[in-house]
Design a protein around this ligand. Structure first.
Ligand code: UDP
Length: 238
């Protein structure tokens, strides 16, 4: 008999890159379906799920700045790109019969609902997956910070960061074969060692609100559900 999930409500943060699959740009429908299947499996455990998706697969503000765009315009473009990713995930989930709502931090009312905290909570209580699009709605922020912010607003029990590897390592395991995985870390250690897990403001927000961050591989089938049951491979930051 498998373990019960340890959390009642969680927020999953995915980088835009997670939707890129083997492509070097954009949205890979196969990868989006795989991610959606991971989320569906967690919903079936009875866990309430919300999501924040980045846009590194399409457009990042800082790359826009490097090619001459004004920072605020570039960040608006980055936030709009997160809306595209959110709609792709919604589509894949709804094709799997998982009710999903996209809530945007700034109004794009003919495309999705505006973000209203109480409405988001209500959706989750009704068993719907909620995808928070457009980051925080403000330039000069990242979707990592948006994830920590929404996790705090939604009273989530944990923030799950789905990455390319199965946890946080002493060095990049793809470049350094001697790199070792941490089982657990404190928020303070992450900040002090400048470990590239999430940006500093996201870690600080999670720490202030006592939200554990679990870092795991989104590429391992079934891992999202396993991690929530305390099985699987992950690093916990608390
Ligand atoms: N962004 C922003 N404010 C936010 C969240 C995101 O301006 O609250 C913009 C910013 O330009 C960022 C882009 O959206 O580069 C995509 O987000 P992010 O870089 O966090 O995506 P990820 O690296 O997770 O794919």
């Amino acid at each position: 008999m498998s373990e019960e999930p340890q959390f009642k409500r969680v927020l999953l943060k995915l980088s835009g890159e997670a939707l890129m699959g083997s492509q070097d740009y954009g949205i890979d429908p196969e990868m989006v379906n795989r991610v959606a299947a991971e989320i569906k499996a967690v919903r079936e455990l009875g866990v309430e799920v919300c999501l924040v998706v980045g846009a590194g697969n399409i457009f990042r503000g800082m790359s826009g700045v490097a090619s001459g765009f004004d920072r605020t315009s570039a960040d608006h473009m980055g936030m709009l790109a997160t809306v595209m990713n959110s709609l792709a995930i919604q589509n894949a989930l709804e094709n799997m019969d998982v009710d999903t709502r996209v809530l945007s931090a700034f109004p794009i009312s003919s495309v999705c609902e505006p973000y209203i905290r109480r409405r988001a909570i209500r959706h989750m209580e009704k068993g719907r997956v909620v995808v928070f699009a457009a980051g925080t709605g403000n330039p000069f922020f990242t979707t990592d910070t948006a994830a920590a912010l929404r996790a705090a607003e939604m009273n989530c029990d944990a923030l799950l960061k789905g990455t390319q590897v199965n946890g946080v390592y002493t060095a990049d395991p793809k470049l350094d074969p001697t790199a070792e995985k941490y089982d657990s870390l404190s928020y303070q250690e992450v900040l002090r060692r400048d470990l590239k897990v999430m940006d500093t403001s996201a870690i600080a927000l999670a720490r202030e609100n006592d939200i554990p961050i679990l870092v795991f591989s989104i590429h391992e089938p079934g891992e999202f559900a396993r991690v929530l049951k305390g099985e699987g491979q992950f690093t916990i930051i608390r």
